[in-house]
Ligand binder design. Structure first.
Ligand code: GRF
Length: 203
């Protein structure tokens, strides 16, 4: 299976997936890491690990449609079975999400359906939540919606600020996102309507 990972910045989730793919001998390889920002730090990690990289700079396009069209062209050049959004900070057009329906995953740092969108940690703290977490889900046209593959939980501790909570959640992300991607590439999950079903097999 071929995996293409999209990033916009640090790329620590991408890093966790690249490492797990190699260390755990997945039936898959990372075909490319693509960024919309030429200065994304994660591009260097990918290149240093022999993963092909590409940049599609959104600033070079007049609108979302033309950016998404070029991005899809570059992605499809790597013939991916799965597209993984890992801190990819662009709103995607419905045509783009439809093109990758059932084969594009995202990770969002909240317990969806709570707190879609930005500033999730601030909002969870502000709301007085005692727990926070992260969700891996299939991407649909609606932002941070779509069939959920995995969720994991951390406590919100007294005195947490957004940074402290984000760090605790990020550690969780680095474990759960590789696991969810591995389930996909080894055929252990299936989308049924708005839900994801775990098929028999190792987990
Ligand atoms: C992660 O918290 C992810 O859930 C969110 O953006 C952050 C990306 O971090 N969508 P990184 O680029 O993977 O280090």
């Amino acid at each position: 299976k071929h995996i293409v990972i999209l990033i916009s910045g640090r790329g620590s989730n991408m890093e966790a997936i690249v490492k797990a793919c190699a260390a755990e001998g997945w039936p898959a390889r990372i075909a490319a890491v693509i960024s919309n920002r030429p200065d994304a730090a994660g591009l260097q990690f990918a290149a240093a690990h022999g993963v092909p990289t590409a940049v599609v700079d959104h600033k070079a396009f007049p609108d979302r449609e033309s950016f998404d069209a070029e991005l899809a062209k570059v992605i499809d050049g790597f013939a991916p079975d799965l597209v993984v959004l890992a801190g990819f900070m662009r709103i995607l057009t419905p045509g783009f999400t439809r093109h990758y329906e059932g084969r594009m995953l995202n990770i969002h740092p909240s317990l969806l359906p709570a707190f879609p969108g930005l500033h999730t940690h601030e909002r969870a703290i502000e709301a007085g939540c005692r727990f926070a977490g992260a969700t891996v889900h299939f991407v649909t046209a609606e932002l941070d919606h779509g069939p959920m593959v995995a969720q994991a939980v951390v406590p919100v501790l007294d005195g947490d600020d957004a940074g402290a909570l984000a760090g605790r959640v990020l550690k969780l992300e680095h474990r759960m996102y590789p696991a969810a991607v591995r389930w996909f590439v080894s055929g252990q999950i299936a989308v049924e309507g708005s839900r994801v079903r775990q098929l028999a097999g190792e987990s």
